[in-house]
Design a protein. Structure first.
Length: 306
């Protein structure tokens, strides 16, 4: 399905403004934007990937048939060649599509994956990292789809996990893992060695209740989406809280059970706002630009689309 839409209709579908349920998201979980500006949404309600192409004013569904058919997509990312990687929690595999949405391959032989959620790629190392929530670990594949290592096991010590969900890579190749039921972020080197951990369960600033999405901007700030708090919190590289954005509601900048997050090369922040049936897009201005903004401005954390 690939209808042509005008820009207003396309943005309405992406941002949850369309009343026609045939042209809006159902339950967005994972979100990603590629180098060409296409926005990919792993929608667990549709059981498909929804692709928004603002440049060509089109959207399409991927994973609807054949070997690449999806059941419950969750994590999503792409590589520099335009290949798109999608985890399917129900089918226990990672599916690779070409730039046109055609099926290329699938990763995860029987028993290798149990509940794959988050996915990230380090092309410099030729490694694909897949968070396996039920195995409490990270599966590491090479670019051909061969599983070469696992990182972690169930536990509470550094380097161990308890139902992890998502992860992100920074520009230096460090892994940021959302260790969800340990209510913390773990920062790892590419080999799995622990650099830092921060966070604890609670309802105070800098604490977590139901952490889901995680992303890192160009300056190394760490963004954690919390579905229970209906916000995202921003931390520095040492795990110190800098800012939180959002509250429960339906207006721009408010959330209802948010999930996945992604930050693109222009520091645009994409957050899957599940029960508002939309993706919210924010723009991080950078410390220098934020310092010169008017005193009453909230531009550093304001939604790009109103």
């Amino acid at each position: 399905m690939q209808p042509d839409l005008g820009t207003e209709q396309l943005l309405g579908a992406l941002l949850g403004a369309r009343e026609d349920r045939g042209e809006r998201l159902k339950k967005p979980y994972g979100v990603h934007a590629d180098k060409d500006g296409r926005i990919y949404v792993a929608d667990t309600g549709w059981g498909k990937v929804v692709v928004f192409d603002p440049v060509n004013e089109k959207f399409s569904f991927w994973g609807t048939e054949g070997k690449g058919q999806l059941t419950k997509p969750a994590g999503i990312t792409s590589d520099s060649n335009g290949r798109v990687y999608v985890t399917d929690v129900w089918d226990k595999r990672l599916i690779v599509y070409g730039p046109d949405g055609g099926f290329l391959s699938a990763m995860g032989r029987k028993g290798e994956l149990e509940s794959p959620v988050g996915v990230a790629i380090d092309e410099s190392l030729g490694r694909i990292y897949v968070v396996d929530s039920k195995k409490h670990s990270i599966a590491v594949f090479d670019m051909s789809g061969t599983m070469v290592a696992t990182i972690g096991e169930r536990g509470k010590d550094p380097g161990q996990f308890n139902f992890p969900t998502n992860l992100a890579l920074d520009r230096n190749g460090k892994l940021y893992v959302m260790d969800t039921m340990n209510f913390r972020v773990q920062v790892l080197e590419s080999d799995g060695s622990v650099v830092n951990t921060f966070g604890e369960v609670g309802d105070g600033l800098g604490q977590f209740a139901r952490p889901k999405g995680i992303a890192v901007d160009s300056e190394g700030h760490i963004y954690v989406v919390d579905a229970a708090f209906n916000n995202f919190q921003i931390f520095d590289s040492e795990g110190r809280l800098l800012l939180f954005v959002g509250s429960i509601g339906h207006n721009p900048g408010q959330f209802w059970l948010p999930a996945g997050a992604y930050i693109d090369g222009q520091d645009r922040i994409y957050v899957a706002d599940q029960y508002n049936f939309r993706i919210q897009v924010f723009q991080y201005l950078g410390e220098d630009e934020a310092a010169t903004a008017p005193a009453d401005s909230e531009a550093a954390a304001a939604p790009e689309q109103q």
